[in-house]
Design a protein around this ligand. Structure first.
Ligand SMILES: [Zn+2]
Length: 477
């Protein structure tokens, strides 16, 4: 069925007596390719589609979903969502108002779709990854090389009994390269990867060859390097580690549904309390965090969230002060706190919940070079290798793949197994310098997980390099 046919069946079936009904049709077309040591490892094409019906009636939400996209399937899903609503109404825990499902803030019929550009075949991705693996294996100390690439086209058609309609299509690119080197009785790994909303033209041979050569050499350098020293010192985190720091110690603790207790059985709670918003000093005055689904290529950019709320850039933390949470209109109504357009679902068979989307650390004024030259003794760390943080998102210990010492303002030797630990807000108070626009990079991951049943979804984080003073650093883990 095409969108017009789905719309016709939906509008004919929706009873006028129900306060609000929405239908979301989601089609996810994906291609995955992985290569190990230049040999094709797996190739797959996946198409997944279905519809979800959401009912809000008498203050109670209810959902039904089906992969049967026929008039019968749509009618049955609507009937089932209404039946579930009738049955669950007497157990209602919070009476949601219709303000949680407002009219879409956009011109009628305007589509939030983007052009996805020319399609790249699995064969073309395989060729680029094989070439990259070959470059890595040229180094005799590299004992394993692998590459992964995927392209997803996600189409969401959303209609409501309010008369609203939106079609959104976006392309999501995900890739990674890995080099494992053995030397000097040690084995070390170096990776390169990202998740972005970019056309498939990103799979360029020259770029992948260059990065493959770099990570292969760095993996060998690490295997031959001394351990990272264990002492309190200044640390510069590069953007590909900053994204993990932002994600785990700012993003998750500021999700309003988590603060309200929805995630306590699964992802955990938060050390942040409702009364902290508007006054809590989360970090140093250099800390500026924005929720920004408007950045063109970032993984979780969109015009409307999955409940039709217009996405806009909002300061979550400004000059270190906590201003608002990551919460949908439902969470905003429950908590009476300000939130953002962050209601998202991972697929047609999952309800929308509070998600991070793009959560970015805004650039400062300091050049990377002056950050290093002003450092007496410290370490530069890159690329997350391991992470551990408690379920209140407070005490953490993170490890990186790669590090280089800084002594008397100059980068000196490479050190392996660099780690650091801290407690969330004291750590963000140690933020001394924020890199300028030149050191800013955009990263993303498709694997942020929360919700029961689990919802893995893509999130984006952009950050410059950042300098933290007097951090507990240790090696050997
Ligand atoms: Zn996550």
């Amino acid at each position: 069925m095409n969108h017009e046919q789905i719309k016709k069946v939906f509008l004919e079936t929706c009873p006028k007596s129900i306060d609000f009904i929405a239908l979301r049709f989601i089609k996810n077309k994906a291609k995955y390719c992985s290569v190990k040591n230049s040999f094709p490892h797996s190739n797959s094409l996946v198409t997944d589609k279905g519809i979800q019906v959401e009912v809000l009636h008498g203050g109670q939400f209810s959902y039904a979903a089906t992969h049967d996209i026929s008039p019968h399937g749509i009618k049955s899903a609507i009937k089932r969502a209404i039946l579930l609503n009738e049955q669950s109404l007497k157990w209602n825990l919070f009476p949601f108002s219709l303000r949680t499902r407002p009219k879409f803030e956009k011109a009628q019929k305007e589509s939030s779709s983007k052009s996805l550009g020319k399609e790249t075949t699995l064969g073309e991705i395989n060729d680029v990854l094989s070439l990259a693996c070959g470059v890595m294996k040229k180094e005799t100390a590299v004992i394993h090389s692998e590459g992964h690439g995927s392209l997803r086209n996600i189409e969401t058609y959303h209609i409501t009994s309010n008369g609203d309609e939106d079609l959104n299509t976006r392309g999501l690119l995900d890739f990674s390269l890995k080099a494992i080197a053995q030397s000097n009785n040690d084995i070390q790994t170096r990776t390169w990867g990202n998740t972005l909303q970019l056309g498939s033209s990103f799979f360029q041979k020259e770029l992948f060859k260059k990065e493959a050569s770099r990570i292969a050499k760095e993996a060998i350098d690490l295997a031959n390097a001394p351990e990272c020293p264990s002492e309190a010192m200044d640390v510069i985190l590069l953007p590909d580690q900053m994204i993990l720091q932002i994600h785990e110690s700012i993003g998750h603790p500021l999700e309003l549904d988590r603060i309200l207790g929805d995630e306590r059985n699964y992802a955990g709670l938060s050390f942040i309390k409702k009364e902290n918003f508007g006054q809590y000093q989360y970090g140093s005055p250099k800390l500026n965090i924005t929720f920004d689904p408007t950045v063109e290529t970032e993984a979780a950019s969109y015009t409307l969230d999955d409940t039709g709320v217009k996405a806009s850039k909002e300061f979550i933390i400004k000059e270190g002060k906590l201003l608002r949470g990551l919460g949908s209109l439902e969470s905003q109504e429950r908590s009476r706190l300000k939130g953002v357009a962050c209601s998202r679902m991972s697929s047609w068979n999952r309800p929308p919940i509070d998600r991070m989307a793009n959560l970015n650390l805004e650039p400062g004024e300091t050049s990377f070079e002056s950050m290093v030259s002003n450092m007496k003794r410290g370490v530069i760390m890159a690329t997350n290798k391991s992470w551990s943080i408690d379920d209140y998102r407070n005490k953490f210990q993170f490890g990186c793949e790669y590090a280089q010492l800084v002594e008397d303002g100059r980068p000196t030797k490479i050190v392996k197994n660099p780690n650091y630990r801290g407690i969330t807000t004291p750590f963000w108070h140690k933020l001394k310098e924020v890199g300028n626009q030149k050191s800013r990079e955009i990263f993303g991951t498709p694997y942020c997980g929360k919700g029961e049943p689990n919802q893995a979804i893509e999130v984006g984080h952009a950050s410059p390099a950042c300098l933290f003073e007097n951090v507990e650093v240790f090696g050997g883990a």
